[in-house]
Write a protein that binds this ligand. Structure first.
Ligand code: TMP
Length: 205
């Protein structure tokens, strides 16, 4: 069993994390591991309802409310999906988690890291990812990718490019603060190169 059992991929919009979650899960499955892939916000019936509120275009929600809703989705997700999956011996690969709350609401939204830690500690109930991999990319490049592949921006994607630049900086600051529990990798490279780098970070041969 690899030492990293709860793995999170995160980063700015359009950084390619969902593709990398899929490739990582396939690589782990090919090596004989049982894998559960999941995502935030969402991953449970109540979480998916919370996700709809959070992403509704044009809906006014302030940073604290946003953070509480993301944390509510997380508390449900941990209780219903993540802890049970880990207890059953699965590796959990999660598309976004606490790093996103730190970057989007804590840093870019102006709530501050202290408030983020407080809310996240409550929501996560002592559960921390073994490894968070941050896919680092210029938000302008990520936004262009998103425009090409989707038919409309959600409430958070609609925020200004300055906000998304702060999100990028927030991810980098989060990574610094958690030390060896996070690794930042360059997501401007090819899908194959990024995948290989992720396997290397996780020590998967
Ligand atoms: P997704 O498009 O990667 O599924 O993520 C949904 C959006 O939610 C994305 O814009 C990032 C945002 N988000 C936060 O702002 N805070 C959080 O804690 C999480 C998990 C996501």
């Amino acid at each position: 069993m690899p030492s990293n059992r709860f793995i999170v991929l995160d980063g700015v919009e359009g950084c390619g994390k969902s593709t990398q979650v899929r490739l990582l899960a396939e690589a782990l499955t090919d090596r004989g591991y049982q894998v559960v892939t999941t995502h935030e916000p969402g991953g449970t019936p109540a979480g998916e309802r919370i996700r709809q509120v959070l992403l509704e275009p044009g809906l006014a929600i302030n940073a604290l409310t946003e953070a509480l809703l993301f944390c509510a989705s997380r508390a449900e997700h941990i209780a219903q999906v993540i802890r049970p999956a880990l207890s059953d011996g699965n590796i959990v690969v999660c598309d976004r988690f606490s790093a996103a709350t730190a970057a989007y609401q804590g840093y870019a939204g102006g709530l501050g890291f202290d408030t983020f830690w407080e809310l996240d500690r409550l929501a996560a109930d002592g559960l921390q990812p073994d490894m968070t991999i941050i896919l680092d990319l210029d938000p302008q490049v990520g936004r262009q990718r998103k425009i090409e592949e989707s038919d409309g921006a959600d409430r958070i994607e609609q925020k200004s490019i300055e906000y998304h630049r702060r999100v990028r900086e927030g991810f980098l600051q989060y990574a610094q603060r958690v030390g060896s529990a996070a690794v930042v990798i360059d997501a401007a490279r090819s899908i194959e190169d990024i995948h290989a780098h992720i396997l290397q970070v996780l020590g998967i041969e």
